[in-house]
Design a binder for this molecule. Structure first.
Ligand SMILES: *[C@@H]1O[C@H](CO)[C@@H](O)[C@H](O)[C@H]1NC(C)=O
Ligand SMILES: *[C@@H]1O[C@H](CO)[C@@H](O)[C@H](O)[C@H]1NC(C)=O
Ligand SMILES: *[C@@H]1O[C@H](CO)[C@@H](O)[C@H](O)[C@H]1NC(C)=O
Length: 189
């Protein structure tokens, strides 16, 4: 007999956030069987923005098992913070989930900043300054979610040294800015 399950269409949803409900509506869709959802990083999009990838991916990660019938995304959430910041640098974002998490821990009690790849420097002990060597820099950028080739690391190291000559303490944000200059060539149409 023919396997009719192969013939079932995959239902998709596509929401905008005009009423602040894009994430809620998308999750409601998944709840009733939708298996393709349109989302954008940082909720970038027309009108009040398209549904936010970060919010939906994290909601699925946190509640997919118990509330949404075991759905999952396969997305490595540790890269969300970096990706979101990278996109923000290119284009002003309308949403910033990490901002919400860091400023208002209580409202996001089941999503930690670490879940989306944000690492607090103070908890990790590595503080970079002008005496820091290549090894410290390499560990630090791994913590921030990057894995550079030797050549890239060497270029970054010299730019880091130059910054460290001007600035006593190099923060994670300073380092992210250096890394983004190194890796991103914005292509805005
Ligand atoms: C947002 O959705 C619109 C359609 O409603 C689509 O044309 C557009 O490409 C989407 N924006 C992004 C950034 O994907
Ligand atoms: C997002 O929030 C984080 C944490 O507050 C901040 O470091 C980052 O600069 C913010 N990004 C934007 C585009 O506002
Ligand atoms: C740099 O970091 C050290 C060690 O935490 C701190 O004592 C000092 O005040 C910082 N200096 C500046 C300029 O932020």
């Amino acid at each position: 007999m023919e396997d009719t399950t192969q013939l079932l269409p995959i239902l998709a949803v596509h929401f905008h956030n005009d009423l602040g409900l894009a994430t809620a509506n998308t999750l409601a869709g998944i709840y009733v069987g939708v298996r393709q959802v349109d989302v954008t990083i940082n909720g970038i999009g027309e009108r009040a923005g398209n549904a936010s990838l970060e919010e939906i991916v994290m909601a699925i990660k946190c509640r997919g098992e118990e509330v949404l019938g075991g759905v999952y995304t396969g997305i490595n959430t540790k890269h969300i913070f970096t990706t979101s910041n990278m996109i923000s640098k290119i284009r002003k974002s309308t949403k910033n989930i990490t901002d919400g998490i860091l400023k208002n821990k209580g409202t996001y009690e089941f999503v930690s900043a670490e879940d989306v790849g944000f690492i607090r420097a103070s908890e990790h002990g590595i503080r970079l300054g002008k005496l820091s060597g290549r090894h410290a820099l390499k560990i630090k950028i791994l913590e921030l979610g990057y894995n550079f080739e030797e050549k890239q690391l060497e270029d970054l190291f010299w730019r880091f040294k130059s910054m460290a000559g001007r600035k006593k303490n190099i923060t994670d944000d300073d380092l992210r800015a250096l890394i983004l200059d190194e890796t991103i060539v914005p292509q805005i149409a």
